[in-house]
Design a protein around this ligand. Structure first.
Ligand code: HEC
Length: 104
Protein backbone atom coordinates (compact mmCIF):
# COMPACT_ATOMS: atom_id res chain seq x y z
CA UNK A 1 0.00 0.00 0.00
CA UNK A 2 2.76 2.42 0.94
CA UNK A 3 4.72 1.53 -2.19
CA UNK A 4 1.66 2.14 -4.35
CA UNK A 5 1.21 5.55 -2.79
CA UNK A 6 4.84 6.30 -3.54
CA UNK A 7 4.54 5.24 -7.17
CA UNK A 8 1.43 7.38 -7.53
CA UNK A 9 3.25 10.27 -5.89
CA UNK A 10 6.06 10.09 -8.41
CA UNK A 11 3.56 9.95 -11.25
CA UNK A 12 1.94 13.16 -10.02
CA UNK A 13 5.33 14.84 -9.69
CA UNK A 14 6.29 13.78 -13.20
CA UNK A 15 2.93 14.83 -14.61
CA UNK A 16 3.92 18.01 -16.46
CA UNK A 17 6.37 16.17 -18.72
CA UNK A 18 4.50 12.95 -19.59
CA UNK A 19 1.12 12.95 -17.89
CA UNK A 20 -0.50 10.25 -20.00
CA UNK A 21 1.58 7.06 -19.96
CA UNK A 22 3.11 7.94 -16.57
CA UNK A 23 -0.34 8.08 -15.05
CA UNK A 24 -1.24 4.86 -16.85
CA UNK A 25 1.84 3.21 -15.37
CA UNK A 26 0.87 4.27 -11.85
CA UNK A 27 -2.62 2.82 -12.30
CA UNK A 28 -1.14 -0.38 -13.73
CA UNK A 29 1.12 -0.76 -10.68
CA UNK A 30 -1.74 -0.41 -8.22
CA UNK A 31 -4.59 -2.16 -10.06
CA UNK A 32 -3.16 -4.63 -12.55
CA UNK A 33 0.29 -5.82 -11.42
CA UNK A 34 -1.13 -8.14 -8.75
CA UNK A 35 -2.39 -10.38 -11.55
CA UNK A 36 -0.38 -9.43 -14.63
CA UNK A 37 2.94 -9.30 -12.77
CA UNK A 38 2.73 -12.92 -11.67
CA UNK A 39 0.36 -14.56 -14.14
CA UNK A 40 -2.45 -15.24 -11.65
CA UNK A 41 -5.07 -17.49 -13.29
CA UNK A 42 -3.08 -17.36 -16.56
CA UNK A 43 -3.21 -13.58 -16.76
CA UNK A 44 -0.88 -12.62 -19.63
CA UNK A 45 2.40 -11.17 -18.34
CA UNK A 46 3.39 -7.57 -18.99
CA UNK A 47 5.50 -8.36 -22.07
CA UNK A 48 2.52 -10.15 -23.64
CA UNK A 49 0.27 -7.14 -22.98
CA UNK A 50 2.95 -4.88 -24.45
CA UNK A 51 2.72 -6.71 -27.77
CA UNK A 52 -1.03 -6.03 -28.15
CA UNK A 53 -2.59 -3.16 -30.08
CA UNK A 54 -3.71 -0.15 -28.07
CA UNK A 55 -7.30 -0.74 -29.15
CA UNK A 56 -7.23 -4.36 -28.00
CA UNK A 57 -6.20 -3.23 -24.53
CA UNK A 58 -8.85 -0.50 -24.43
CA UNK A 59 -11.46 -3.08 -25.49
CA UNK A 60 -10.32 -5.52 -22.80
CA UNK A 61 -10.76 -2.76 -20.21
CA UNK A 62 -14.13 -1.66 -21.58
CA UNK A 63 -15.60 -5.17 -21.82
CA UNK A 64 -13.52 -6.94 -19.17
CA UNK A 65 -13.55 -10.56 -18.12
CA UNK A 66 -15.44 -10.90 -14.79
CA UNK A 67 -12.17 -11.24 -12.86
CA UNK A 68 -11.02 -7.82 -14.03
CA UNK A 69 -14.35 -6.01 -13.78
CA UNK A 70 -13.71 -4.92 -10.19
CA UNK A 71 -10.66 -2.86 -11.12
CA UNK A 72 -11.77 -1.66 -14.55
CA UNK A 73 -15.12 -0.23 -13.40
CA UNK A 74 -13.39 2.81 -11.89
CA UNK A 75 -11.29 3.63 -14.98
CA UNK A 76 -12.12 6.62 -17.16
CA UNK A 77 -11.68 6.46 -20.94
CA UNK A 78 -8.58 8.61 -20.49
CA UNK A 79 -7.19 6.15 -17.91
CA UNK A 80 -7.68 3.28 -20.36
CA UNK A 81 -5.84 5.16 -23.11
CA UNK A 82 -3.00 6.08 -20.74
CA UNK A 83 -2.65 2.46 -19.61
CA UNK A 84 -2.64 1.21 -23.21
CA UNK A 85 0.13 3.60 -24.27
CA UNK A 86 2.11 2.83 -21.10
CA UNK A 87 2.04 -0.87 -22.03
CA UNK A 88 2.53 -0.72 -25.81
CA UNK A 89 4.74 2.39 -25.99
CA UNK A 90 2.77 3.25 -29.14
CA UNK A 91 1.15 6.70 -29.29
CA UNK A 92 -2.62 7.06 -29.63
CA UNK A 93 -4.04 9.82 -31.83
CA UNK A 94 -6.74 12.13 -30.46
CA UNK A 95 -10.15 10.45 -30.66
CA UNK A 96 -13.68 10.95 -29.38
CA UNK A 97 -12.82 14.32 -27.87
CA UNK A 98 -9.87 12.87 -25.96
CA UNK A 99 -6.37 14.27 -26.50
CA UNK A 100 -3.48 12.46 -28.14
CA UNK A 101 -1.50 10.21 -25.78
CA UNK A 102 2.17 10.31 -26.70
CA UNK A 103 4.39 7.33 -25.99
CA UNK A 104 7.42 8.12 -23.85
C1 HEC B 1 -7.83 -10.37 -10.71
C2 HEC B 1 -6.74 -10.51 -11.66
C3 HEC B 1 -6.63 -9.46 -12.75
C4 HEC B 1 -6.56 -8.10 -12.59
C5 HEC B 1 -6.60 -7.29 -11.29
C6 HEC B 1 -6.40 -7.53 -13.93
N1 HEC B 1 -6.39 -8.53 -14.87
FE1 HEC B 1 -6.22 -8.31 -16.87
N2 HEC B 1 -6.53 -10.30 -17.15
C7 HEC B 1 -6.58 -11.23 -16.14
C8 HEC B 1 -6.70 -12.57 -16.73
C9 HEC B 1 -6.78 -13.87 -15.96
C10 HEC B 1 -6.73 -12.37 -18.14
C11 HEC B 1 -6.81 -13.46 -19.23
C12 HEC B 1 -8.22 -13.66 -19.63
C13 HEC B 1 -8.37 -14.73 -20.69
O1 HEC B 1 -7.43 -14.96 -21.45
O2 HEC B 1 -9.45 -15.30 -20.74
C14 HEC B 1 -6.63 -10.93 -18.36
C15 HEC B 1 -6.63 -10.34 -19.62
C16 HEC B 1 -6.27 -9.01 -19.85
C17 HEC B 1 -6.14 -8.43 -21.16
C18 HEC B 1 -6.42 -9.10 -22.50
C19 HEC B 1 -5.20 -9.77 -23.03
C20 HEC B 1 -5.46 -10.36 -24.41
O3 HEC B 1 -4.53 -10.99 -24.94
O4 HEC B 1 -6.55 -10.20 -24.97
C21 HEC B 1 -5.73 -7.14 -20.97
C22 HEC B 1 -5.41 -6.10 -22.04
C23 HEC B 1 -5.65 -6.92 -19.54
N3 HEC B 1 -6.01 -8.08 -18.89
C24 HEC B 1 -5.28 -5.74 -18.95
C25 HEC B 1 -5.46 -5.46 -17.59
C26 HEC B 1 -5.27 -4.15 -17.00
C27 HEC B 1 -4.79 -2.93 -17.75
C28 HEC B 1 -5.60 -4.27 -15.67
C29 HEC B 1 -5.64 -3.17 -14.63
C30 HEC B 1 -6.57 -2.07 -14.88
C31 HEC B 1 -5.95 -5.66 -15.44
N4 HEC B 1 -5.86 -6.34 -16.61
C32 HEC B 1 -6.29 -6.19 -14.19
C33 HEC B 1 -6.54 -10.98 -14.77
C34 HEC B 1 -6.51 -9.73 -14.19
Amino acid sequence: MKLSALVLGFAVLAAPAFAGPTEGGAIFETKCMMCHGSGVANAPLVDKLAALDNQKIIDALTTPIPMMAGVTSTLSDEDKRNIAVFLTKKSLPAAGGLPEVKAQ
